[in-house]
Design a protein around this ligand. Structure first.
Ligand code: C5P
Length: 198
């Protein structure tokens, strides 16, 4: 069965959690496409070459989830040749047999416009920054909430304003604002949207 769930949205909106829950609920494969850009960003050197030669070892690095890796990812993600180098792999993954969930910024608009379900997951910038800050340790974190908010807003602005594959909802995406939802409620809504279209 070919069935793609495209989950896009800004940083720390809950895409990863929701994607993993949807994949688990239906036995679909999951691809966190942000990890591809993070791996290119932290690899260093020529980003186009890094994207063309990305290996499983690059994707297994344990420093991919840092704020710095997120910033590095969004800087290389504006380069059309980097995006082009990562496209075929993502498309093949999306249309693999058995169902797939991909989360990112341009899955519903560019990578898989034919996706059976498109979700655009959002939350207010402050809610998203707070979640990311709590993940980093909250009061024990090295960054203040204000720093994390500034970082999240800077990254969103770069992702939304780039020319190639900017962050935006597909015309036919279902909007899911998680600002006021618990993780359980947000994932339950996403699972129900997929269930309704299976
Ligand atoms: O989702 P995550 O925070 O891991 O993404 C890191 C960065 O990678 C994003 O800020 C964005 O610049 C880039 N990205 C992208 N297209 C995707 C996924 C991520 O441009 N499909």
């Amino acid at each position: 069965m070919i069935f793609t769930v495209a989950i896009d949205g800004p940083a720390a909106a809950g895409k990863g959690t929701i994607s993993r829950a949807v994949a688990e609920a239906f036995g679909f494969a999951h691809l966190d496409t942000g990890a591809l850009y993070r791996a290119v960003g932290v690899k260093g050197g020529d980003p186009v070459l890094a994207a063309q030669t990305l290996s499983p070892a690059d994707l297994a690095r344990d420093d991919l989830r840092t704020l710095e890796a997120g910033q590095a990812a969004s800087r290389v993600a504006v380069i059309p040749e980097v995006r082009a180098a990562l496209l075929a792999f993502q498309r093949r993954f999306a249309r693999r047999d058995g169902g797939a969930v991909l989360d990112g910024r341009d899955i519903g608009t560019v990578i898989c416009p034919e996706a059976e379900v498109k979700l655009f997951v959002t939350a207010s910038a402050l809610v998203r920054a707070r979640r990311r800050w709590l993940e980093l340790g909250g009061d024990a974190a090295e960054r203040s909430l204000e720093d994390v908010l500034a970082e999240v807003q800077e990254r969103d602005a770069r992702d939304m304003n780039r020319t190639d594959a900017p962050l935006k909802p597909a015309a036919d995406a279902l909007m899911l604002d998680t600002s006021e939802l618990t993780v359980e409620a947000a994932t339950a809504r996403a699972v129900a949207q997929v269930q309704a279209r299976l």
